[in-house]
Design a protein around this ligand. Structure first.
Ligand code: PLP
Length: 403
């Protein structure tokens, strides 16, 4: 068996730092000196509890999560949160407005890519009869070809409902390579200034593919932020939630007022009341994500990653742009809306994409084939180092020279 590791530019599950994998190997046999492997130890042991507390503290400190918000851990991935946010926030809304009709109970969805579209579809399933799902904006309307997710629409196109039960957006669309800019001056930033400030805003964000790659703008204004671990911070199987306290509600009291009962395992109150240990948590992914967070702290935390990720993305888009000038590459996403984490582009010409991917693979670079609806996709998650990006860029430069 080869022990050689390739450069993994896959979209997820994605690369993890080698030092973490090596540390985790030791933990699999003997977790923190207990003599028991991490996959064997009780999740109620004091050693695991101490590790979990430290993990939570590490996320809180590095992201600057205020005391108004709880950090919760669960399973089921981002997909389970497509359902959970709807059920929990409908329960919250019903407790605030016990007599609201289905027409008066509105869920606002910002649709900028495949994942937010999927989340809105799940909301429509779950809210049927109880609430109305509204598309705030659908970015396909503003696309170059009228059908692709290739942009963040202009601020003026965002019209939020008066008193919605939730406002949903996906910060980084992994498949389409579209992301909200974090520069408030950019037209592709999220229009936080358009949100009503007279009550706590029920703003929900899917950060599955951009969690911990840079700070979260307006974090304190969010009701729920969630992310699966498997892009930036660990293996699949762990889902991280940042939930504002007013969204942790008595779902059974809401059910008595007529909303859909919330399965206990999806209820934020269940998770909060049990310290995220209502049932057996995903112990091994938590452990590995905890090691990643420790490593992040040692390297300088989010400022370090933000700077590195900015440089990685800038360099990559520069070479894609160069290829575009030469008629070899074509960017899929409109300028200003490009993702830092997932860059998508076409390699133009008969058989050219295949040649590009095969050439990369020969040089030990894998995971570059995009989702079936896109072309080439380079994922630049935290574990992908700047040196690895430089190697890819050197390959792309050679490819351009030979094209
Ligand atoms: N949201 C985004 C932005 C994603 O990239 C993904 C998966 O890639 C999901 C949600 C779904 O997550 P999961 O596969 O963990 O259910």
């Amino acid at each position: 068996m080869s022990t050689e590791r390739v450069l993994n530019f896959g979209a997820g599950p994605s690369a993890l730092p080698l030092s973490v994998l090596e540390e985790a190997q030791k933990g699999l046999v003997n977790f923190n000196g207990t003599g028991i492997g991490i996959a064997e130890i009780s999740h109620r042991s004091k050693e695991f509890q101490a590790f979990l507390d430290d993990f939570e503290k590490n996320i809180r400190t590095q992201l600057g999560v205020p005391p108004t918000h709880r950090i919760l851990f669960t399973q089921g991935g981002g997909t389970s949160q497509f359902s959970a946010v709807v059920l929990n926030l409908l329960a919250r809304h019903r407790l605030l407005h016990p007599t609201a009709t289905a027409e008066e109970t509105v869920l606002d969805y910002v649709v900028t890519g495949s994942w937010s579209k999927k989340a809105a579809e799940e909301a429509r399933r779950l809210a049927a009869g109880n609430a109305t799902v509204r598309t705030v904006v659908d970015s396909r309307v503003y696309s170059k070809d009228g059908k692709s997710f290739d942009n963040i629409p202009p601020h003026a196109e965002f019209t939020f409902s008066d008193d919605p039960a939730l406002i949903y957006y996906c910060e980084n669309e992994t498949v389409d390579g579209v992301e909200f800019s974090h520069d408030p001056q950019s037209p592709a930033s999220f229009p936080f200034h358009l949100l009503k400030r007279d009550a706590l805003v029920p703003l929900v964000a899917d950060y599955s593919s951009s969690f911990m790659c840079r700070p979260i703008p307006h974090l304190a204004d969010h009701a729920v932020i969630y992310a699966g671990a498997q892009k930036n911070i660990g293996p699949a199987g762990l889902t991280i939630l940042i939930v504002r306290q007013d969204c942790i509600v008595d779902v059974d009291a809401a059910a008595k007022l007529g909303v859909t009962p919330v399965p206990l395992i999806l209820s934020y109150k269940t998770l909060a009341d049990s310290g995220s240990l209502y049932n057996t948590p995903s112990v091994l992914p938590i452990y590995m994500a905890g090691l990643v967070l420790q490593r992040m702290k040692e390297k300088g935390g989010l400022p370090y990653y933000e700077e590195t990720n900015r440089r990685k993305a800038q360099k990559l888009y520069a070479i894609i742009h160069e290829g575009e000038q030469k008629g070899v590459f074509r960017r899929k996403v409109q300028q200003g809306s490009e993702s830092w984490m997932n860059a998508v582009f076409e390699v133009l010409g008969e058989g050219a994409e295949k040649k590009f991917l095969e050439g990369a693979e020969k040089e030990g670079m894998k995971g570059l084939k995009g989702h079936r609806s896109v072309c080439v996709r380079v994922s630049l998650y935290n574990a992908v180092t700047e040196e690895e990006v430089d190697k890819l860029i050197a390959y792309m430069t050679r490819f351009l020279g030979e094209s």
